[in-house]
Design a protein around this ligand. Structure first.
Ligand SMILES: Nc1ncnc2c1ncn2[C@@H]1O[C@H](COP(=O)(O)OP(=O)(O)O)[C@@H](O)[C@H]1O
Ligand SMILES: CC(=O)OP(=O)(O)O
Ligand SMILES: [Mg+2]
Length: 403
């Protein structure tokens, strides 16, 4: 990094990790990251660890030091300390934040002010694993760099192109008008994939499914480069089974629990923190731990995760009316070749033929095609970079503000 180089910090507070990076600011665009850091293992049963590297050759990998506060608070403080030390030579221009819920108000990224923050706080109950931490991150940077624009980049924005029918729940009109509808999430990740696939595949504008399989997981159906349907809904609970979230669930189960005396907090904890891979296995929300286990419940959890993915891919392919390209991303989608193989074998009926050698070789370090030569559907593994999309939006806003 050169002294005085203009740069943008990007912060992505996920449900199990905090990812941050520093990108050069070049007019209205950004380039490759100057430094990147991940603090992972922040899920309920996780072991927090820090990985950090810079383009000047600094490489750190260590467990997060114990101390006061919960693991997210300590992770935010650790990120702040790393940036204070290693981003100091740069001239910081803005901080770009991934914020999962933009509600009905934000179809695009915006510079955050107090009014925006007050609105975003009202959405906290819709994404309790994310939104409070996202906004805590913004507040931390507002205090640390009061002179810098803080830019909010929303997961939900990408899905505002969905057809009104796709956004609609079969509930009374008044509820729809109040904003009870399908929003969809992981939008920054899907935008990143759309851009990379457009560079590499002639089919990126056709019927595309993108599966973001991380601690949170969703599938997005994209046509002509825009989102037409997605598995997540009003909150980041719907659709696929996830690390500790249940995914789609018959609402009758909730009525049953309420009649047994469960209150909202207890139900929220069950659905967001005690279900999914963690709940089914009784062991862990981390796919690597389940892969390493020989307990039958771990196998059941992986099989159910795969089954739910295959089921959702079928539903979204129906929305598209066919399939030309399938892409995997997120921690599991990028690294778990066995999961990709199992899912693709069950999607053979759609013309999805995976090449086992290419699949094994795809380790998430770079974008790779993993389909067999005779597959009628292209299959890609694309390492995602939500921070890069957020930094790009901040760069575009900065350029606009300077005109
Ligand atoms: N090599 C791997 N094999 C299988 N799963 C992996 C591997 N590396 C990471 N994962 C899984 O990725 C998930 C975290 O995904 P990630 O996208 O980083 O999370 P977040 O949703 O917090 O952004 C965890 O379940 C983890 O087990
Ligand atoms: C929306 C969501 O679930 O995000 P993440 O995968 O980062 O937890
Ligand atoms: Mg994530």
């Amino acid at each position: 990094m050169n002294n005085g180089q203009q740069a943008i910090i990007a912060v992505n507070v996920g449900s199990s990790s905090i990812k941050f990076a520093l990108y050069p600011f070049r007019g209205a665009t950004t380039g490759a990251a100057l430094l990147t850091g991940t603090i992972a293992g922040l899920e309920p049963d996780g072991q927090p660890c820090v990985a950090f590297s810079t383009d000047d050759g600094v490489n750190l990998s260590e467990t997060l030091a114990p101390g006061p506060g919960d693991s997210f608070e300590r992770a935010l403080a650790a990120m702040r300390a790393l940036l204070a030390r290693y981003a100091a030579p740069a001239r910081l221009m803005a901080v770009a934040h991934r914020i999962v819920h933009g509600g009905e108000r934000y179809a695009e990224s915006v510079v955050l002010d107090e009014a925006a923050m007050a609105y975003l706080r009202t959405l906290e109950p819709l994404a309790p694993l994310h939104q409070p931490h996202n906004l805590e991150g913004v507040e931390l940077f507002m205090r640390a760099f009061p002179e810098l624009p803080q830019v909010g980049c929303f997961d939900t924005s990408f899905h505002t192109t969905m057809d009104p029918l796709e956004q609609r729940f079969a509930l009374p009109q008044a509820m729809h008008r109040e904003g009870v509808r399908r929003y969809g999430f992981h939008g920054l990740s899907y935008r990143y994939l759309a851009a990379r696939l457009a560079e590499r595949s002639g089919r990126s504008g056709r019927k595309v499914l993108m599966a973001h399989l991380g601690n949170g997981a969703s599938v997005c159906a994209m046509h002509c480069g825009v989102s037409v349907a997605t598995s997540m809904g009003f909150s980041a609970l719907d659709g696929l089974m996830m690390g500790s979230r249940c995914g789609a669930l018959d609402p009758g189960v909730l009525l049953h629990l309420m009649r047994q005396g469960w209150d909202a907090d207890r139900i929220e904890k069950l659905l967001y923190r005690q279900s999914g891979l963690l709940g089914v296995s009784g062991l862990s929300a981390d796919m690597r731990t389940l892969r390493a286990s020989d307990q039958p419940e771990a196998r059941t959890a992986i099989d159910l995760f795969t089954h739910r993915l295959v089921r959702e891919c079928g539903a979204l392919t129906a929305c598209l009316g066919g399939l030309d390209l399938l892409a995997f991303t997120g921690g599991i989608g990028e690294h778990d070749a066995a999961l990709r193989l199992a899912a693709c074998e069950q999607l053979l009926y759609l013309g999805v033929r995976i090449d086992t050698g290419r699949n094994k070789a795809a380790d998430g370090s770079q974008i790779m095609a993993i389909h067999a030569d005779d597959s009628s559907v292209e299959i890609w593994v694309v390492p995602t970079d939500e921070g890069r999309v957020a930094a790009g939006d901040a760069a575009a806003l900065l350029a606009h503000m300077q005109i």
